[in-house]
Design a protein around this ligand. Sequence first.
Ligand code: CMP
Length: 501
Amino acid sequence: MMAILTNLLIAIGLQILLLTIRVLCRRRRIPRIPLRLPSFAIWLWLILSSLPDSLVALRFRPWLDSALLLSQSYAALQLLVWCTLEVPGSVSWWPRPPKILRDLGMLVVAAVITVMVLQEQAKINVVGVVTTSAILTAVIGLAAQESLKDLFAGIVLQVDSSFQEGDFISAGNGIEGWVVSLTLMSTRLQHVHGALITLPNSKMWSTEIRRFGPRGPIAREIHLNLDLDLPPEKATTVLTEVARSNPLVLSDPEPTAFVYAYADHAITYELEVWQEDPTDNGFDVLRGQLLAQIWYALERNGRTLPYPVRELRPKARPAANDDPAGYDLPSRLDLLRQNVLFGHLNASQLEQIAPLTRCIRYASGESIIVEGDQGDALFQLVRGRVEVIKLMDDGRPKTVAQLGVGAIFGEMSVFSDHPRSASVRAIEECVLLEVERDDLRPVLEGNPRLVEELAQLVSERRAQLISLSQEVKQAQTNQLIHQMLQIFSNLTGGDADERPR
Ligand code: CMP
């Protein structure tokens, strides 16, 4: 009786010790000590040691002793792995081996222990039985075929580090979720709707797995059609602004939008945004919000979503003075009046020139003028901004000026017949009034003052480009006036040599 009481106290003591260590593990955030198997071993030992010999038939004794020894060995093995691999690995004393290798190692050691215990205690020659029984071997081989596939796939998945516990993965056919565990035979996923999905490792190995890491961010692409009349620059601005203002969209990497394709009745855009939540459900929510918000943003900008309307019209050649950007003649006349060069021309001169001009539109980033090209048109900036870029001697491009609404550029080649002195590129969407050299001939006729003003502007800019002194600049202006009068000589009706040099 005394012995039973002592054993009971020992069992309770050991159980309390296990529970205390378990609580400490949770507090210190180290892997929890195995509880089930050691507890089972303790209580089995208590029960078996308390059983009087008279209660157990002699022939059952070896079996009970084997069961006790096996449970104690397995428990000891688990505790050994816990304190030599898991705890040191979690506090980075030494690297933790892949879980699957650890499990496999434990399986092999447990198998060896089982064989030894059965052989020693229960006097069963397990190896002999298995190796001599051809039928048994065949049965086990066939039955284990699928399991072996899972086992090897599990090993490869772990060693290959295709994904880790905690990652969000998508395994095709709508199967996606966070990896809860990757064991010898199967992988468990926690679906976003809460369900626990268990997949055999062989299936995981044979499907394409998309891994998103434990926490996003993840890129989302949304395609949508917008009106053909809405200029792409404006459309992409609206789309990115809507995306930026949505709290589900990450600001880094920032949202981008661009033209994706031209559809029948619309322009298709792609809006790319980054989101923290990698789930399909998260995407559905975000897409729903963005599409709704884009509708309102378009309405605020006086636009609607395109209707699937088909307009049938005979293809007509555009009239010669049809304006590509839709600026009619009075608007272009108005623009010419505001032009620093042509502002002081009289009404009839302006009316003469206006029908020959046209307004054209450039997207942000487009090159309008390329340095070194021949040029026979000058431009007035009606909307937007451009930058003037000059190639330096070492071949590097340098921005020498930025021009805004009302500025003139491209005049240097037009009036000097030299190649373009610099490149000009749109910084944002631009509308330009284009005036060709030939269109100027009628107004330059008999207008030396205009010629001089233009020459002045050209030399100013050239001086800025190559840092000329004041005297050289004046000499160049005179030379330019001479050149210009020669270019336009047949129409100015005067003798070029009468002009200042
Ligand atoms: P062009 O040489 O025909 O082509 C390039 C144009 O860039 C040039 O005419 C000018 O209109 C413009 N440009 C060159 N240098 C400057 C400058 N320093 N400031 C403003 N515009 C310039």
